[in-house]
Design a protein around this ligand. Structure first.
Ligand SMILES: Nc1nc2c(ncn2[C@@H]2O[C@H](COP(=O)(O)OP(=O)(O)OP(=O)(O)O)[C@@H](O)[C@H]2O)c(=O)[nH]1
Ligand SMILES: [Mg+2]
Length: 376
């Protein structure tokens, strides 16, 4: 029997919000991000490795000769499931993680092509089975909306109704498994211009936090109502970092609101400056390691019981003739072997639980920026 469990991470967000950038930023430097911790998050197959490399290159290409091209990243045209492995310690059997990214136009019924209905149904099914739901929030859409019309347009751009619906059925599904950890992560992205801890100087982090809290109140409430055990966290991330918003113009295209952002590159203009990604990874790892810990604790109890039963059988006295027959038929030896195998399996699971205790302690002590991370 393998101890490798499968965890799913779902995404909820419309087109161009920044889903793929967020996922790839999380994976590209994960080894570096995890520095010092006995954890390794790696691509589990060649397809994932290729995908990360391709999207990383596109993201890097959005910064060329001191200019930021916000259209450098091609939008997804199909769904892609990242296959990942997290080894939570040298003796740990590890966790398998699947993360599904998809074209954001499928998310919104207004933009969903007729021939994508079945594809979207498969995405919904994946999300319903995910223990984590990540909601990327396009920060500029929230922060640059002034007046009633722009605020209404911003809700449309963020596909707020759809996000709330998705959160509701995710939470309803999580509500059926209350002994399993569940995590909702609200992640503002494109928020470089509102934090003074990276390359920009203006601090509007409190305002951003408040805007997310009030705008996503329905999402938060629906998760609280349907999955009261779920953790709800906020984590603001810069996946580009070295840009500053110059202006944001609200226009319309085909009757739909659009926001056009103009940035200037700051810093040395060559390198991106991620911020908050390590915090996001920590929040995710805390959840995954906790889930694995709970599952292994249950397994350890089962294996301990099985080992005790096998041991009792191996040493059972079956009387003079019974004992002789057991010995002659080789049955006694087989019982001892089974007992020894089961003892080994139980001890190994106990060691894994112990090892995870240490990892959990390490992750809990990892400092998180109070401006970028919050739990609700
Ligand atoms: N300024 C800024 N731009 C970003 C950031 N993250 C992503 N972008 C830009 O936003 C654009 C859209 O990002 P994607 O990650 O492709 O968005 P998506 O949600 O995957 O889009 P679809 O695949 O169409 O659903 C990209 O061209 C990025 O350059 C960020 O943190 N800051
Ligand atoms: Mg994408």
């Amino acid at each position: 029997m393998t101890d490798e469990l499968l965890y799913r991470i779902g995404l909820a967000g419309p087109s161009r919000v920044g889903k793929s950038s967020l996922v790839v930023s999380l994976l590209r430097d994960s080894r570096e991000q995890l520095g010092g911790y006995p954890l390794h998050l790696t691509a589990a197959d060649l397809g994932t490795e290729r995908r990360v490399a391709k999207t990383t290159a596109e993201l890097d290409n959005s910064l060329i000769q001191g200019e930021f091209r916000s259209d450098a990243l091609a939008g997804n045209v199909e769904a892609f499931t990242f296959q990942l492995r997290l080894a939570a310690g040298p003796k740990s059997a590890g966790l398998r993680i699947e993360l599904m990214d998809y074209p954001g136009k499928w998310f919104n019924p207004r933009t969903r092509p007729d021939d994508s209905v079945a594809d979207w149904a498969a995405c919904k099914d994946f999300i319903a089975n995910a223990s984590v739901l990540v909601v990327p929030v396009e920060a500029i859409v929230l922060m640059e909306a002034t007046g009633t019309r722009q605020r209404a347009a911003s809700k449309q751009l963020l596909a707020l109704e759809e996000v709330a619906k998705t959160a509701e059925w995710w939470a309803t599904s999580r509500g059926q498994y209350r002994d399993e950890p569940a995590l909702l992560l609200l992640c503002p992205v494109k928020c470089e211009s509102y934090f003074a801890d990276n390359l920009n100087a203006t601090d509007r982090s409190t305002e951003l936090h408040e805007a997310v809290r009030t705008t996503y109140a329905k999402v938060i409430d629906t998760v609280r109502d349907n999955a009261p055990h779920a953790e709800i966290a906020y984590c603001a991330v810069d996946t580009i970092g070295c840009v500053s918003l110059v202006r944001a113009d609200w226009t319309e295209e085909g009757g739909q609101p659009v926001i056009r952002a103009k940035y200037r590159v700051i810093g040395d203009g060559e390198e991106m400056s991620f911020k908050g990604i390590d915090h996001l990874l920590t929040l995710l790892l805390r959840h995954l390691v906790d889930a694995q810990h709970r599952a292994l604790e249950i397994l350890a109890v089962q294996r301990e019981r099985a080992a005790a039963e096998a041991e009792a059988l191996a040493i059972r006295n079956e009387g003079l003739i019974g004992n002789l027959l057991l010995s002659l038929s080789g049955q006694r030896r087989r019982r001892r072997q089974l007992s020894s195998d089961r003892r080994g399996a139980a001890d190994s699971t106990h060691r894994q639980v112990e090892e995870l205790n240490e990892v959990i302690k390490d992750l809990a002590e990892r400092p998180l920026s109070a401006k970028r991370v919050n739990t609700w």
